[in-house]
Design a protein around this ligand. Structure first.
Ligand SMILES: [Zn+2]
Length: 46
């Protein structure tokens, strides 16, 4: 069902939306700095 993937999901939300803000090193919900590092632990973030 190709149409389903194009539908926005305002209720459930998209896990990938916040997963993109979880540091792969420390697992915290944070953000990536301009240097490409975790704002919480400072580990390189790819
Ligand atoms: Zn981190």
């Amino acid at each position: 069902m190709p149409e389903e993937s194009e539908r926005p999901e305002p209720e459930g939300g998209d896990p990938a939306c916040w997963l993109d803000q979880v540091c792969p090193a420390c697992g915290r919900l944070t953000e990536r700095t301009a240097e490409g590092r975790c704002a919480a632990c400072g580990e390189p973030w790819d």
